[in-house]
Design a protein around this ligand. Structure first.
Ligand code: M6P
Ligand code: ZN
Length: 189
């Protein structure tokens, strides 16, 4: 019997961001988010190097492994493209039967979940809120607050990503800042 004293991975006390050996950090900048926001012209005129969100990802097992799990922290900066709040790209899982948990740790926002028939529902995210994303459901997080939004996620290692469907068809609603109020606008396909 042996006790491993060294903590391999942990959530940083303070900002709650995941860190440790093998934690991969990636970021999405304005320049990476073509066609994500409604006003593409406004996005193209913004500082392209400006970060919209960053993901710290721990993959303790190879991607695609049945029964494996991944965990990650996402930080969405506060900001807007025109009137639309900063948000993640959003995706369906390639393995359509995969589900996922999101939970908020800092800031406030919305979790948008959309079924394949394009019906959607929204859950409010705040520190401590837990969101279950069922199979066959696209998911995106929108930072509607007045600070960074930080949340964690845990999902199956064989979930994979289908970004293409959202890139081609978009979500069926968008969230805009209208006179300081987060406003949900339905979008026709
Ligand atoms: C969460 C998880 C990740 C995802 C990230 C950003 O941390 O769902 O798998 O990559 O959010 O979301 P997206 O990939 O849709 O931009
Ligand atoms: Zn996912």
């Amino acid at each position: 019997m042996s006790i491993d004293n060294a903590i391999k991975y942990k959530f940083n006390t303070g900002d709650n961001v995941l860190y440790g050996t093998n934690v991969i950090c990636t970021s999405k900048k304005i320049g990476d988010l073509k066609q994500v926001f409604q006003n593409e012209e406004a996005r193209s005129r913004m500082e392209q190097e400006s970060i919209v969100y960053s993901v710290s990802l721990l993959q303790p097992i190879e991607a695609g492994t049945l029964g494996g799990l991944f965990i990650g922290t996402t930080i969405i900066e506060q900001g807007q493209v025109d009137q639309e709040y900063y948000m993640t790209k959003g995706h369906f899982h390639k393995n359509t039967s995969s589900s996922e948990f999101y939970w908020g740790t800092k800031g406030t926002g919305m979790v948008l979940m959309m079924k394949t028939d394009r019906t959607y529902h929204i859950e409010l995210m705040s520190p401590g809120s837990i969101h279950f994303i069922p199979p066959e459901t696209a998911h995106r997080v929108i930072n509607t607050g007045n600070e960074k939004l930080i949340f964690n996620a845990c999902w199956p290692a064989d979930a994979g990503y289908d970004y293409e469907t959202i890139y081609n068809e978009g979500f069926s609603c968008r969230i805009f800042n209208q006179h300081g109020i987060p406003t949900i606008i339905d979008i026709e396909k």
